[in-house]
Design a protein around this ligand. Structure first.
Ligand code: PLP
Length: 426
């Protein structure tokens, strides 16, 4: 569709017919009624599209997933109960026991733990590479049993920018798809599929919901990866699924539908990480204003980064959209519209100065959350990473002075004034 992204934010996914409800209906029903078991049987056999049980799929969720798929330029999407579930499903759908995945080392801590600890226990091995590794280092990470490459467009919390084209080229040279977690930019700031990504994931908990109201996730398939061209690597998509009467997903549902249908039919059926239709409705309310909110998050992020960089009580600033930042060239390429609202910086004077700064803020609220309409702030050395001493923090790339500021959509001048009065108190 040639409409602009803001129009898709408002009207995508659900297009009511004559006399239909204007707003997305919430299908608050666990189950569906049929006139015959034979009809229900056709749905169970995936011979006919439809709904029978909300653990697998629900129309409210599908309207919202379709909107996110349109926003990302993909062919199919599914909602999950959380961003964690989205990343787990995206990887586990094609990599199981005995398989291997190459992942960027600059990823969300929860995703790192999922990969390095929990999925390792399930028999999936991960090799982590720095997002700015050389092409030789990236090449050396692949193994014959590699099934996917994974990275984050803007890493949480490192704020590095993934060179999507470079990682996609390496993945495709090895016959595997690139999975990109696009939570921080949202499709308003970056559409990874346009740069070669095959699967895009989201924690909708962040900017998409935007109001700190509901936890959720989403997976979108670009519908481009040719599973049959690498059939030996992806038997789950190219050979019969005995748990569904021998359906071959890539054959029956085509390149555009195979990945999401398999994830729904097998992973939702067996793990059940489904989104509640009530929460899907709330996510859609957030999506309707995503393009307007992202513009203000981008504006506030850049303004605060610039203001902090010029402040004598600030030791350093990290924001991909800030000229001079190590990530600026990548941000110019992949995030031309803006680099979102998250800024990290060091308060001159170290841990005690950062504590004094945090204690003096009035508008910015202390929370572990990011990417919310309300500005929030976190001092990792005193919160998420408080068990670590200064040496351990340094090894994790977190300095004791580091403050992560997630700029909301309040008036820019009020945020600048709040930061100024808190720095004055240091
Ligand atoms: C928060 C986050 C996740 C996990 O999402 P939940 O909705 O909290 O499960 C995954 N990836 C990124 C980049 C995130 O910021």
């Amino acid at each position: 569709m040639s409409e602009s992204i803001g129009t898709t934010c408002v009207q995508g996914g659900y297009r009511p017919g004559d006399g239909d409800p204007r707003q997305i209906p919430i299908y608050q029903s666990t189950t569906w009624k049929f006139d015959s078991s034979e009809h229900m049987g056709r749905l169970f056999d995936l011979e006919e599209a439809g709904y029978f049980y909300t653990r697998l799929s629900n129309p409210t969720n599908d309207f919202v997933a379709a909107k996110i798929a349109e926003l990302e330029g993909g062919t199919a999407g599914m909602l999950t109960s959380s961003g964690q579930a989205a990343n787990f499903f995206a990887v586990f759908n094609i990599a199981g026991c005995g398989d291997h995945v190459v992942a960027s080392s600059a990823i969300y801590g929860g995703t790192y733990n999922l990969f390095a600890v929990t999925m390792k226990r399930m028999g999936v091995e991960f090799t982590f590479v720095a997002p700015d590794c050389t092409n030789e280092e990236l090449e050396a990470a692949f193994r014959p049993n590699t099934k996917a490459v994974f990275g984050e467009t803007i890493a949480n919390p490192a704020l590095t920018v993934l060179d999507i084209e470079r990682f996609a080229a390496a993945a495709h040279a090895h016959g595997v798809p690139l999975i990109v977690d696009n939570t921080f930019p949202t499709p308003v700031n970056c559409r990874p599929i346009e740069w070669g990504a095959d699967i895009v994931t989201h924690s909708t908990t962040k900017y998409m919901d935007g109001h700190g109201a509901s936890v959720g996730g989403c997976i979108v398939d670009a519908g481009r990866f040719d599973w049959f061209a690498h059939a030996d690597k992806f038997p789950g998509l190219t050979t019969p699924d005995e748990s569904y009467h021998g359906v071959v997903y890539a054959e029956r549902f085509g390149l555009g539908g195979a990945f999401i249908t398999k994830a729904t039919a097998q992973l939702m059926r067996d793990f059940g990480c489904s989104q509640s239709p009530q929460s899907a409705f709330l996510i859609n309310m957030g999506l309707e204003s995503l393009h307007l909110r992202m513009a203000q998050h981008n504006k506030n992020g850049l303004a605060l980064a610039q203001h902090l960089a010029a402040h004598p009580k600030v030791a350093w600033v990290r924001y991909p959209g800030l000229p001079g930042d190590t990530q600026f060239e990548l941000a110019r390429k992949y995030l031309p519209g803006g680099a979102s609202g998250v800024v990290s910086f060091g308060v001159a004077g170290g841990r005690a100065a950062a504590e004094a700064f945090m204690a003096s803020l009035k508008l910015a609220q202390i929370a572990t959350h990011v990417a919310d309409a309300r500005t929030c702030v976190l001092h990792p050395a005193n919160a998420t990473h408080r068990q670590m001493n200064d040496d351990e923090l340094a090894a994790a790339g977190i300095t004791p002075d580091l403050v992560r500021l997630s700029c909301g959509i309040e008036a820019t001048e009020d945020l600048v004034a709040d930061v100024d009065q808190a720095l004055a108190a240091v």
